[in-house]
Design a protein around this ligand. Structure first.
Ligand SMILES: Cc1ncc(COP(=O)(O)O)c(C=O)c1O
Length: 321
C-alpha cells in the first residue's frame, strides 16, 4: 500500500512480517517511543516534582512538557490535562471519584449512560451510582446497536447530575452527537463526561468545543505507552474541585494547626496526580509521539446530525463557568 511504505519499519514488532490489526484495543509501539523510554530508564532517570539536582529538574521539565503537548493536541488550557493510570478507565474512575468527593452527586440523583457503552464507561457509573445511592439510567440502543440519544430529552430531569457519553463506539464506530447531548445535559444542570478512547486517536477532538466537562482517553491506543491515561477537565471546573484522595505532590502546603490536617491544594493538574506518577510514560506519550493533527479526521464525520450550540447555557446546579 503506497502511503504505508516505510511506516512498518517504525515498528520493531512488525519486523518479522506480523500483520497487526488490533489497534482499537492497543497500538504497537514505534521504535522512537521504545527508545526514549528505555533511554530515560537507563541514563536520565529521576523522579518528578521532588528534587533539585540536574536529572530531577530535567525529568520534571519533560513531564510538564508532555502535559503541554497534550494540551495543544486537545486545544486545551493550562491545568486541564491530568495524567492518570490505566488508560481511559483510569480517567473515568477519577471523574467519578471527583463527582463523589465534591458532592456533585448524591442520593436520589441520576446518571445517564448508554447501553452500548464500553464496560469501563458503563461499570464506572454503576459503581458511582452504588457509592452515592444515585440511579443509573441507560439510553437504549436501536436494532443496529446505535444509542438512541434522541431520547435523552425525555429521560433527563433536574435529578440528572451526569451524562456519560461514549464519543465513538468501539463496536459499531458510531459517533455520538456530543454537542447536542451536552446542550441538553447542561440545560438540565448535568455534567457531560466523555469517553474519548476511540475518538481521540482518530478525530480532531477539542473537548471544550464539544461542550464536554471532562473527557478521558488512552495514550496506548495511539502509539503511546500503556499504564497511563489522560483526563481533560474544563479549567474552571478543575480549579473548583478537590481531589478525592490527596498524596505527595498534590499540595502547596499542609497545616496541622489545632490537630487538623488542612491542605492547600496545588493548582491543577498537580492536585489530581497524587504520588509518583508514571512519568517515564507521561513524558513520552505527549512530548515525543505526537499524532499529526492533519492525519486525523474532521470532527463530526460519520456522525448523525449534530445540531448543538457552540456555547451551552448552564442551568443552576451545574458546576459550569
Ligand atoms: C470505547 C472504549 N472506552 C474505553 C476503553 C477502555 O480503555 P482502556 O482499557 O485503555 O482503559 C476502550 C478500550 O478498548 C474503548 O474502546
Amino acid at each position: 500500500m503506497p502511503g504505508l511504505c516505510g511506516l512498518r519499519e517504525d515498528f520493531p514488532m512488525l519486523a518479522g512480517g506480523l500483520i497487526y490489526m488490533d489497534n482499537a484495543a492497543s497500538t504497537l509501539k514505534p521504535a522512537s517511543v521504545i527508545e526514549v523510554m528505555s533511554r530515560f530508564a537507563g541514563s536520565t532517570y529521576a523522579n518528578v516534582h521532588r528534587g533539585v539536582y540536574k536529572e530531577a529538574v530535567r525529568a520534571t521539565r519533560e513531564y510538564e512538557e508532555a502535559h503541554r503537548a497534550v494540551e495543544r493536541f486537545l486545544c486545551a488550557r493550562p491545568g486541564e490535562i491530568v495524567f492518570t493510570g490505566h488508560g481511559t478507565t483510569g480517567g473515568l474512575h477519577l471523574a467519578a471519584l471527583l463527582a463523589l468527593a465534591n458532592g456533585l452527586i448524591g442520593e436520589g440523583d441520576e446518571i445517564i449512560a448508554s447501553m452500548d457503552a464500553h464496560n469501563s464507561n458503563l461499570l464506572t457509573w454503576r459503581s458511582l451510582a452504588r457509592l452515592s445511592r444515585a440511579r443509573l439510567r441507560l439510553v437504549p440502543v436501536d436494532g443496529e446497536g446505535v444509542p438512541r440519544w434522541d431520547l435523552l430529552e425525555s429521560m433527563i430531569s433536574s435529578r440528572t447530575r451526569i451524562v456519560a457519553v461514549g464519543h465513538v463506539s468501539n463496536v459499531t464506530g458510531y459517533e455520538s452527537p456530543v454537542r447536542e447531548i451536552a446542550r441538553i445535559a447542561h440545560e438540565a444542570g448535568a455534567m457531560v463526561i466523555v469517553d474519548g478512547a476511540q475518538s481521540v486517536p482518530h478525530l480532531k477532538v477539542c473537548p471544550r468545543e464539544l461542550g464536554a466537562d471532562m473527557l478521558a482517553f488512552s495514550p496506548h491506543k495511539m502509539l503511546g505507552p500503556t499504564g497511563i491515561g489522560v483526563l481533560w477537565i474544563r479549567q474552571d471546573l478543575a480549579r473548583s474541585l478537590e481531589p478525592p484522595l490527596g498524596g505527595g505532590g498534590t499540595v502547596e502546603d499542609v497545616s496541622l494547626e489545632g490537630g487538623a490536617v488542612t491542605p492547600v491544594w496545588a493548582e491543577p493538574p498537580l492536585r489530581f496526580e497524587a504520588g509518583t506518577p508514571p512519568h517515564h510514560r507521561g513524558r513520552r506519550s505527549g512530548r515525543r509521539h505526537r499524532v499529526p493533527r492533519e492525519g486525523r479526521n474532521e470532527p463530526g464525520r460519520g456522525a448523525r446530525a449534530e445540531a448543538g450550540r457552540e456555547n451551552p447555557q448552564p442551568s443552576p446546579g451545574y458546576p459550569g463557568p
